[in-house]
Design a protein around this ligand. Structure first.
Ligand code: T46
Length: 139
């Protein structure tokens, strides 16, 4: 879908285990300004419920599993993340919700910018208004 892509990372594996390198502007298409991770989420909890205006992020489930709903006013999809070499890249103006966290889930997020609450759209009606303009203009 628009502004949402899967990214597959190359891993180096041998008798000692596995290693995955991620380098900004090399094997991902933005420079990494911020890293955070989400863990210890009860399976009944749903997080997210917002969009970003400009931010690009890659979500990688390093351990366990989680489902990610991404949607625009025109399309939506659910992605099941359960492999440390697979990332879900979410670009601007995508509503996201994270749910079905397994007990052991660790969700790593690589972000293209420092934390900025002004980049968030947390009200769904405001999101619909801005996203219709954004995607309407892109069509
Ligand atoms: C996103 C999804 C995937 C900070 O102080 N710095 C940070 O870098 C972040 C990400 C959050 N915070 C604070 C803001 C809130 O007081 O941590 C608290 C929890 O954040 P929030 O409720 O936004 O968490 P989620 O899981 O709903 O959303 C997060 C990211 O905020 C968001 O950008 O795309 O993960």
């Amino acid at each position: 879908m628009n502004n949402v892509d899967m990214v597959e990372f190359k891993f180096f594996g041998d008798d000692r285990g596995f290693l995955i390198p991620i380098e900004g502007l090399k094997n991902i298409d933005f420079d990494i300004k911020r890293v955070y991770y989400i863990y210890g989420v009860d399976s009944s909890q749903r997080r997210g419920f917002h969009s970003h205006r400009d931010l690009k992020q890659i979500l990688i489930c390093l351990n366990g599993s989680v489902d990610i709903l991404t949607k625009t006013p025109f399309e939506s999809k659910v992605t099941h993340l359960d492999r440390p070499n697979i990332g879900l890249e979410i670009g601007p103006m995508i509503w996201r919700e994270m749910f079905n966290f397994s007990k052991d889930a660790v969700l790593l997020v690589l972000a293209s910018a420092y934390y900025d609450e002004n980049d968030y759209i947390r009200d769904y009606n405001n999101y619909l208004e801005e996203a219709c303009l954004y995607f309407g203009e892109k069509r």
